[in-house]
Ligand binder design. Structure first.
Ligand code: NAP
Length: 290
């Protein structure tokens, strides 16, 4: 946020339900202040029934761009005048910006945010396994395929969702959780896109809410494996702690959150470089306080 709000302050924001615990306002406002940009990023709680009215209202008051979070990432698509090919493939938009002639365009910076920590590792062609088949998994699949991570396997519990994924991306392999162990020894990158692990605690085979993979399953991974957890609260998750204890390389979901935000902010500011380190610091500070 700029040091003072004035008649020329422009608005950016976030729509979701709920938005109370979002780290985005802290991240974006810290970056905007550092850049001296006269913008303010505001979270707007929007109930599903009010989505269309909210999107029209944001245009009416001249908002310069906004992020979209749960539960609106899919529902917003028909309300946008333009959606890029990657967001269309994923079926979800997390960043919206105004079109020059009026109306909104949507894109998906979750894909870039997810990929950013992997790019320096030059992973093309490594066998990859995605745990979960929900909304975040779709952005992750798109990113993995763009980077040539293969074979690409997806584990899910809903046969219907797995079939839909297979239809969208015929090059992936889908499997059930019961089939998981058989492919771990050939997997060099595991990505958790389920919410399993948001609950803190020791791994307990009877309480599978704490980690999507057990010690035994993590031991099946080859030396040098990378374990990427999209969850960022707690940070690190039990999955990442266990993976690090076994000598695997952990990647936290906080980096994806920061990088998707940095990409969105840069887009709203016309391609300007943004202070990512400052956004990371603001997110970490807010997490430490919560
Ligand atoms: P979602 O659409 O609800 O998908 C969750 C997936 O996990 C579904 O496939 C679901 O299976 C599966 N799942 C849930 N509980 C399970 C269990 N006990 N056993 C097996 N599978 C289970 O949610 P999402 O939007 O994809 O988000 C998933 C996670 O990613 C959340 O923790 C979210 O915070 C995180 N995330 C992080 C970032 C980031 O920037 N770091 C961005 C997006 C999401 P069913 O389909 O059968 O229900």
């Amino acid at each position: 946020m700029h040091s003072s709000i004035s008649g020329t302050t422009r608005l950016l924001g976030l729509i979701g339900d709920p938005v109370d615990h979002s780290l985005s306002p802290a991240m974006h406002n810290a970056a905007l202040a550092a850049l001296g940009e006269n913008y303010c990023y505001v979270p707007f709680p929007v109930a599903p029934d009010h989505l269309a009215a909210a999107v029209a209202g944001l245009a009416a008051i001249g908002v310069r761009g906004f992020n979209v979070t749960i539960p609106h990432k899919q529902a917003i698509l028909p309300l946008l005048q333009q959606v890029d090919a990657r967001a269309s493939a994923v079926g979800a938009v997390n960043t919206v910006y105004p079109l020059p002639g009026g109306g909104w365009a949507g894109t998906n910076t979750d894909i870039d945010g997810f990929l950013q920590p992997l790019l320096p590792l030059k992973l093309k062609g490594i066998p990859t396994l995605i745990l979960g088949s929900g909304g975040a998994a779709r952005a992750v699949i798109q990113g993995c395929l763009e980077q040539g991570l293969q074979p690409l396997r997806v584990v899910g519990r809903s046969p219907q969702k797995l079939a839909t994924l297979q239809q969208t991306w015929p090059q992936i392999q889908v499997l059930t959780w019961a089939e998981l162990d058989s492919c771990l020894a050939q997997t060099q990158l595991v990505i958790n896109t389920t919410p399993i692990g948001m609950q803190k605690g020791e791994f307990d085979a009877k309480n599978t809410a704490t980690s999507p993979l057990s010690w035994e399953q993590l031991r099946l991974l080859p030396t040098g494996a990378i374990v990427y957890d999209l969850i960022y609260v707690p940070d690190p998750t039990l999955l990442l702690q266990m993976a690090a204890d076994l000598g695997h390389t952990p990647i936290t979901g906080l980096e994806m959150l920061i990088q998707q935000g940095a990409k969105a902010l840069s887009l709203w500011l016309g391609g300007k470089p943004v202070p990512v380190a400052m956004m990371r610091q603001a997110a970490q500070q807010q997490l430490a306080q919560s």
